[in-house]
Design a protein around this ligand. Structure first.
Ligand code: SAH
Ligand code: SF4
Length: 364
């Protein structure tokens, strides 16, 4: 079955024309999908009954089936595990920070990059997600936010709108480049979903040629780079693809991105006890970033099974942060948020694959 969200507006116009319909019907369907977020052709009330029936018989409107959903105790984070039509599963997380409603989306089933501390990386890559499978994740939570129902389990005032999208779920977004770009254009389209590109962040392990391509797209998203180490020797161990795209070349690509887009670059740094959290390493990191407008996101590691890495204790994490701040580098520290719901990259999916873990739930 054809997933309609995989089609761009021109492709949808072409499709309906092959069915003997005028092209503007394609525009109407596009708006039902991307603006009204409908998942049932019968809701497309300005289409003929025959066309609705044809859509229902030949096309899929949503590829996501909710398998599990869990909320953090503080009511600020909700994590959902979805099944795709081919049986693969992906994770999506909604986070509430102050007035922001941020959805964290996946771009691949698994990941082929193999960072040594990452749950997603451990399982390898199953496949890329299609553009529509990426878009549907944003739509799913947006639909939920818009609904006025009695579900008060998360601390969100509804109806409300999504304010931010971060591409930091499962997978390496820049390794699924074309699907990612199509999806980002769809959610940033001012005529439909209309989320500002400024409120979209793409997190990458640092695929330099793709960062250079992204810089030239007409979609000025914020770039986050998963650094995790202040020198090549250590980064080669934690993020093996560093051997191909080492730190100096990666930072040069970040400079180019910043010059083109004018945007501050975020660096992600997962603090691991005794590995990358010494004061000298904080100084080395500050030196590396000295001539870039940057922001460092310090994340205490979410430990994963069968891994030697453990999170840095809070006091040391704060010392590390203070050294960066003294060097005039702005930082945030996401203290263990969502840890109890396995909100680390790929962790819910991994847990779900273990039969001894009881189904986690709320209502679906
Ligand atoms: N592949 C992309 C985006 C997905 S991972 C990337 O690597 O940037 C999102 C972020 O979670 C990355 O910064 C990643 O390094 C980090 N991450 C992965 N496993 C983690 C863990 N166990 N604890 C803390 N952060 C982790
Ligand atoms: Fe892939 Fe990112 Fe995990 Fe590395 S950290 S294995 S790039 S998802």
């Amino acid at each position: 079955m054809q997933l309609l969200l995989d089609l761009t507006r021109p492709q949808l116009r072409e499709l309906v024309q092959t069915w003997g319909q005028p092209a503007y019907r394609g525009n109407q369907i596009y708006e039902w999908l991307h603006k009204n977020l409908v998942t049932d052709p019968q809701q497309m009330t300005n289409l003929s009954k025959a066309l609705r029936t044809r859509l229902a018989a030949t096309a899929r409107l949503s590829p996501l089936e909710l398998l599990r959903q869990i909320d953090s105790k503080d009511g600020l984070t909700r994590k959902a595990l979805f099944r795709l039509p081919d049986g693969n599963t992906i994770e999506v997380v909604l986070m509430l920070y102050h007035h922001r409603r941020t959805v964290c989306i996946s771009t691949q089933v698994g990941c082929g990059i193999g960072c040594t501390f990452c749950a997603t990386g451990q399982g390898g890559l199953a496949r890329n997600l299609s553009p529509g499978e990426i878009i549907a994740q944003v739509h799913w939570f947006e639909r939920w936010l818009r609904q006025e129902d009695e579900d008060r389990s998360l601390r969100v005032q509804r109806p409300s709108r999504m304010t931010n999208v971060v591409v930091m779920g499962m997978g390496e977004p820049l390794a699924n480049y074309d699907a990612l770009i199509q999806a980002l254009h769809a959610i940033a389209d001012p005529d439909t979903f209309a989320l500002s590109a400024r409120n979209i962040t793409v997190s990458t392990v640092g695929l330099i040629p793709m960062i250079d391509r992204l810089r030239q797209e007409n979609i000025p998203v914020r770039l986050a780079v998963s650094l995790h180490a202040p020198n090549n020797r250590l980064r080669n161990q934690l993020v093996p693809i560093n051997k191909r795209y080492p730190i100096p070349a990666l930072l040069a690509a970040c400079h180019r991105y910043q010059e083109e887009t004018g945007r501050r670059i975020t660096f992600e740094y997962a603090l691991m006890a005794g590995i990358n959290d010494a004061p000298q390493q904080a100084e080395q990191l500050a030196d590396l970033l000295a001539d870039l407008r940057s922001h460092v996101n310090l994340i205490p590691l979410n430990p994963i099974p069968n891994s030697p890495y453990q999170p840095t204790p809070e006091v040391q994490a704060q010392q590390f942060q203070a050294i960066l701040e003294q060097a005039n580098i702005t930082t945030t520290m996401r203290m263990r948020r969502g840890v109890e719901i396995s909100a680390g990259c790929g962790q819910l999916r991994q847990a779900a694959q273990q039969p001894d873990i009881a189904p986690l739930i709320r209502k679906s």
